[in-house]
Design a protein around this ligand. Structure first.
Ligand code: MG
Length: 294
């Protein structure tokens, strides 16, 4: 199933998405006024047939505005750096990697950081920044994993069983802040720097091998990547994280971006006021976020 949140006639509604017909079904009952209904579905393991019983009316995509599916993540969004081989090389060549110091481009261990929950933005919200604060804002189209069950010390062979589903995500990054502060948290966490959505598709409907991410800026295709090309695959990421800490339902792991980010262009192309960034993932819909510096 595909689930999300929309605004419709002045109300925020949880929906089940039918991508083929470009329609949504509104979910009522006990979830109709829940502040974070998609998170509740994940935590309570509410099934597709249980949601079917709560459907009350429907609308076309053109009649609603998609919002971030999870309104408030349970904690910081996990993310992985340098997880596609060609992107690892372009990042180290760019001069923006404060920690590279001549080390091999492909890391020996997953490079994990987080983005603040307050960086969350919806699938059509503006990406905003002050050009006096950062002059090198970049896109990173990615596929996000949504954890479905509390888990600890998960073996790689069991890891996909802990996945609720997948989501399209843009790990927007201020390259100068990422470099100057060494730790990536600030440069990755500006308000609006984590557009995601428009819906979460469950793992049974969107298996790992079906997922391809593509990114365009102003209609120009910049990135193409398939999830099966990750250096550290989804089971390895879940095993690594859960070795250190308990994973919680609703946790999001941004799996890394493929080659083709702005710093990889010659010369580098950073996002400018008015640019339109589009990130599309097969079966997961697309993000269309306008860049605004005012
Ligand atoms: Mg990234």
């Amino acid at each position: 199933m595909k689930i999300g949140r929309v605004s419709h006639q002045g109300r925020v509604r949880m929906v089940v998405v039918d991508e083929a017909s470009s329609r949504v079904a509104f979910i009522g009952g006990s979830l109709s006024n829940h502040p974070n209904p998609v998170q509740a579905v994940i935590e309570r393991r509410i099934t597709a047939s249980e949601l079917d019983a709560l459907k009350e009316g429907e609308a076309s995509f053109s009649e609603v505005g998609f919002l971030a599916p999870i309104s408030v993540p349970v904690r910081n969004i996990f993310a992985v750096g340098k997880n596609y081989t060609e992107h690892a090389a372009e990042f180290d060549k760019s001069g923006f990697n404060a920690t590279s110091s001549g080390a091999a481009a492909v890391p020996a261990f997953p490079q994990i950081f987080t983005k603040a929950t307050t960086s969350l933005a919806g699938p059509t919200d503006d990406i905003r920044f002050d050009p006096a604060h950062t002059a090198s804002v970049d896109y990173e189209g990615e596929i996000g994993v949504v954890i479905g069950a509390e888990c600890r010390n998960v073996a790689p062979a069991d890891a996909l069983g802990k996945v609720f589903g997948f989501i399209a995500l843009n790990d927007v990054t201020a390259r100068d802040l990422q470099k100057n502060h060494a730790q990536w948290f600030l440069g990755k966490s500006l308000d609006t720097f984590c557009p995601l959505g428009p819906w979460i598709s469950t793992a049974d409907e969107s298996p790992v091998e079906s997922l391809e991410v593509r990114t365009w800026v102003n209609g120009e295709l910049r990135q193409t990547g398939v999830l099966t090309d990750l250096i550290f695959d989804v089971p390895t990421l879940i095993a690594t994280l859960s070795r250190a800490m308990t994973l919680l339902p609703g946790d999001i792991i941004a799996t890394g971006t493929p080659v083709g980010v702005g710093i990889g262009q010659t010369p580098p192309k950073f996002l400018q006021d008015g640019d339109l960034v589009r990130v599309a993932v097969s079966g997961l819909g697309e993000l269309n976020n306008r860049v605004r510096t005012r």
